[in-house]
Design a protein around this ligand. Structure first.
Ligand code: HEM
Length: 527
């Protein structure tokens, strides 16, 4: 019998009828089946059990980092050139090949440390991940809004993230924990000088740069390789917030950057970015004072200019946030022909981590989901079964053959596209050794000197405010490092904390791997 609260079909109502997942129409979505109006519920009520038990499983684990984010779709349009030269001299990758060629993209912007409902005006790097759905398969360029990173070896990633995430006891983000780690890790200084400057809080996602950060390779038709770095430059301009702007924004709206992006796309004001590439020959470059595979360094633009290769337009929002933003999965291992890895020690570690977490976070068949499928390429694998298998991809004429090789059908190997790569020969002893050219402070100091006065003031204020909440030994260490970065920065932050150079000079061994005679003399004069 139908309860009065369930109105049933109304004349002229053409909307689709509610069903359960088995396709059974739902006649009453208001009342469980019970014994009598007040009575106990019955256990055989499939409709209710399906509904509630699916609800119980609605959440998947949020990303361990970059949990809060927003996805939008659009296209990349190639210029066909690297600056003035035909790009084919350097790479055979299809999205770049012809002038005007368009490739579908999905882009997910994100914050890093907060959970999936956290504030979008936090001081935090921002993720800038782009999936190119090319006809040669998917390519993911998983970058950030800052050009460098905290660390240069993937083995330290869980530590840096643990230090930045909330305290395991208080569940509060604690400056003391963050700077305890950073002050023992001099390679962080370049990133910190960026992160605590006004660039550390982008005003929103449309006015934000993107950087591939890690060093990749390009491969051309002849198999010749070059080292490359990627940069996205917003045509909307770059804007940031100060700490005060961010506090006001945070009081008004935790998700202002998502709203800004979605509203702009809805009103047809499509955001655009230029893609620029820096390139150098594929070798160790002993003439440089840094290692080109070190992601705590930028490549000086006067020697390695950033050359345009195309532009990207975002013109569509997601239809469903969960399916297209929570389940979208990027990874640095997702490269296509003409693109390759370098031996950057971060990149190699990242490449394992992404698909590993996604097999856990989304499931072993995460690549079958529409947003992750290589939708513009032919996909034929012998992968079978597993949790949530959605479809069996084409295995040729003979469906019995899900192995290779076979003389009775199935899939065949592809031809090699060209001759072998001509990258450098590498040999060496298996070891655990840091790279020789660490040079942890120089570029951080150059960055400081490039800032306008108000940006330096803001950086000093932000460092001092944060360090004021730390224990004295951590303050001492950070002042020492900041003196190594640039006298003015170390002296000003030190003054704000009541710590002079003479108080910290005894800490010299902290970064001895980098100390030159010039550094020693400079520091001793300051003291
Ligand atoms: C997300 C690992 C460094 C950019 C993630 C995720 C993991 C991870 C496990 C979550 C992925 C998911 O659940 O789908 C690592 C490791 C790193 C590292 C182990 C260092 C060894 C970096 C660096 C960048 C970066 C240097 C920037 C160049 C991103 C972005 C996302 C992300 C943008 C979010 C992707 C999305 O929107 O779904 N990372 N990461 N990561 N990472 Fe990293």
């Amino acid at each position: 019998m139908t309860d009065v609260s369930s109105k049933g079909p109304q004349p002229g109502d053409e909307r689709p009828v509610l069903t359960n997942r088995q396709g059974h129409p739902v006649h009453d979505n208001q009342n469980q089946r019970t014994v009598g109006a007040r009575g106990p519920a019955t256990l055989e009520n499939y409709q209710f059990l399906e509904k509630i038990s699916h609800f119980d499983r609605e959440r998947i684990p949020e990303r361990v980092v970059h949990a809060r984010g927003v996805t939008a779709f659009g296209y990349f349009e190639a210029s066909g050139y690297l600056g003035e030269e035909p790009i084919s001299r350097y790479t055979r990758a299809v999205p770049f090949s012809e002038p005007g060629k368009r490739t579908d993209v999905a882009v997910r912007f994100s914050t890093v440390i907060g959970g999936r409902d956290s504030s979008e005006s936090a001081r935090d790097p921002r993720g800038f991940a782009v999936k190119f759905y090319t006809e040669r398969g998917n390519w993911d360029l998983v970058g950030n809004d800052l050009a460098v990173f905290f660390i240069r070896d993937a083995i330290k990633f869980p530590d840096v993230i643990h230090a930045l995430k909330p305290d395991p006891v208080t569940f509060r983000q604690e400056p003391n924990r963050i700077l305890d780690f950073m002050s023992q890790t001099p390679e962080c200084m370049h990133m910190l000088v960026n992160l605590f400057s006004p660039r550390g809080i982008p005003s929103d996602y449309r006015h934000m740069q993107g950087f591939g950060v890690n060093t990749y390779k390009w491969v051309n038709q002849r198999g010749e390789t070059h080292l490359v770095k990627y940069h996205w430059m917003p045509r909307q301009g770059v804007r940031s917030m100060t700490e005060e702007d961010a506090a006001v924004m945070q009081g008004r709206d935790l998700g202002h950057a998502t709203k800004d992006l979605q509203n702009a796309i809805d009103r047809g004001d499509f955001p655009e970015w230029d893609l620029l590439v820096q390139i150098m020959t594929d070798d160790e470059h002993p003439e440089l004072d840094f290692d080109p595979l070190d992601d705590t360094k930028v490549w000086p633009e006067d020697r390695f200019p950033a050359l345009p290769v195309g532009r990207m337009v975002l013109n569509r929002n997601v239809d469903n946030f969960f399916a297209e933003n929570e389940q979208i999965s990027f990874g640095t291992g997702v490269l296509i022909d003409g693109l390759d890895f370098s031996d950057d020690k971060m990149l190699v570690g990242r490449t394992f981590s992404y698909s590993d977490t996604q097999r856990y976070r989304v499931g072993p068949n995460y690549l079958q989901l529409p947003v992750n499928q290589a939708k513009n390429a032919a996909v034929h694998t012998n992968q079978r079964d597993g949790l949530m298998t959605y479809h069996v991809d084409g295995q040729g004429e003979n469906p019995h053959v899900n192995y290779e090789p076979s003389i009775t059908g199935g899939l065949r190997e592809a031809e090699y596209p060209t001759q072998d790569e001509q990258g450098p020969m590498i040999s060496g002893r298996v070891t655990r050794t840091r790279i020789p050219r660490t040079n942890d402070y120089k570029q951080a100091g150059q960055r400081y000197l490039l800032m306008e006065q108000w940006e330096r003031d803001d950086l000093v204020r932000n460092f001092t405010t944060l360090l004021a909440q730390c224990d004295r030994p951590i303050q001492d260490r950070m002042v020492w490092h900041l003196l190594m970065v640039e006298d003015d920065l170390g002296l000003r932050v030190g003054a704000g904390l009541g710590i002079g150079p003479e108080d910290v000079l005894h800490l010299e061994p902290l970064a001895s791997q980098d100390l030159t005679d010039e550094d020693r003399e400079r520091l001793s004069k300051l003291g």
